[in-house]
Design a protein around this ligand. Structure first.
Ligand code: CP3
Length: 364
């Protein structure tokens, strides 16, 4: 097999704790980063975003670079995550949508039938050129800190497109899925293509790992997930594995996915994201094949716990580190994104604490 086009220019970062842990090795300390570490919890973020819309900011390379670096400078996290959004490739390809503060993505003309799906545009690399540019700037600025690229998985993207915005029950999405399975699979097939293209742009520019966010997949039963969603997500994660010759770790994450963890792991992920509802050791037991290797997991501190007193936070961190020991590797993270009113000093405190105790534990 010939080498993928983007293999030769990739940084190696052989000792970076995030990449060592993701590959099942023994890092110098347990790596830690936070979903939504760049965002409204940081005053420097709020200043940088003044007067610039979210989607515009995501396509302005210098701004993406600055905002992505902010939490790395402030907290000393073990990874940067590209400042972008899961709906950016839809927007860049011409879908009329906006991100409304306090609400989330809102789509002007929701996708409700076969004609809407047929009219959905594909994504070309040129349309997200600014994202590739930002990744190139970041790889240069970040030194030894890995950069995580990301994209939205087809179910979560489809939910925004079909509902027209955030949804509690996903009723229109589930109705389309069942009533018009051909239209549904055509929609998810297109979204999978777009997502893969968005990830290829990031991979070509040098991201060191990728995370696929299927935030709302937990709304599905295991059977519906397997029938209506998994083939498309599988295509993306296996597509990334092939494109990178299996060199770039693939993190797969969703919320409320306790019953889906096995399926989400088998999709071709190399690290499984777990929210706070399932203890890490239980997640590991659930998905380790009989006689096989335990998986690498990421998670899973409840973001609301960060509002409690420091002793409570520390107790939770201790518990999660202990439960993570049964995994094939542990990347410390929250179980979902940082909440906007979080005190950033608590995040810095967690990074320092995880580093210090996991270093000590290794010496025992
Ligand atoms: O983690 C990071 O630091 C990287 C940045 C990132 C953003 N969005 C920036 C953002 C990531 C990884 C995302 C992914 C994303 N976007 C997801 C999956 C992750 C998850 O939380 O489940 C989802 C579902 C979206 C859709 C979306 N975009 C929502 C729900 C919102 C919040 C709306 C709000 O104001 O409450 C956005 C906007 C958004 N994306 C913000 C940020 C920093 C807030 C924009 C602002 O500053 O006003």
């Amino acid at each position: 097999m010939s080498l993928p086009a983007n293999a030769s220019n990739r940084r190696r970062l052989d000792d970076a704790p995030l990449l060592v842990a993701a590959r099942g090795g023994t890092p110098a300390h347990t790596p830690v980063w936070f979903m939504r570490q760049a965002g409204r919890s940081l005053p420097e973020y709020r200043r940088a975003r003044e007067g610039v819309s979210m989607l515009r900011a995501c396509l302005t390379s210098e701004l993406v670079c600055e905002i992505t670096l902010q939490p790395v400078r402030r907290h000393g996290v073990d990874a940067a995550i590209l400042f972008s959004d899961i709906v950016l490739p839809l927007y860049a390809s011409g879908v009329e949508l906006d991100i409304v503060a306090g609400t989330g993505p809102v789509v002007n003309h929701p996708v409700r039938g076969a004609a809407d799906v047929a009219a959905l545009p594909g994504l070309s690399a040129e349309q997200v050129h600014g994202v590739g540019e930002a990744v190139r700037l970041l790889v240069h600025e970040l030194g030894e800190t890995p950069l995580i690229g990301f994209a939205g998985a087809p179910f979560t993207l489809a939910s925004y497109l079909v509902e027209g915005g955030p949804s509690r029950n996903h009723e229109r999405t589930k109705a389309l899925m069942r009533s018009e399975p051909e239209t549904w699979h055509a929609l998810l097939g297109k979204l999978a293509e777009n997502t893969l293209e968005f990830l290829r742009v990031q991979l070509d520019a040098g991201v060191d790992a990728v995370q696929l966010f299927d935030s709302w997949a937990g709304a599905l039963s295991p059977r519906d997930y397997a029938t209506y969603v998994r083939p498309h997500t599988d295509r993306i994660l296996r597509g990334v594995a092939e494109y990178t010759d299996d060199r770039v770790p693939r993190i797969h994450f969703g919320v409320g996915t306790g019953e889906l963890l096995g399926s989400m792991w088998e999709c071709g992920a190399s690290v499984l994201g777990v929210d706070w509802r399932v203890p890490l050791d239980r997640a590991v037991r659930r998905i380790t094949p009989a006689g096989g290797e335990p998986p690498v997991v990421q998670g899973n501190l409840d973001p609301a716990v960060l509002f409690a007193d420091w002793e409570s936070v520390r107790d939770e961190v201790d518990r999660i580190l202990a439960e993570g020991r049964s995994a094939g590797g542990h990347v410390f993270n929250l179980g979902h994104g940082v909440l906007p009113d979080t005190d950033p000093d608590v995040l810095t405190g967690i990074v320092e604490y995880v580093h210090s105790v996991s270093r000590t534990a290794r010496l025992d």
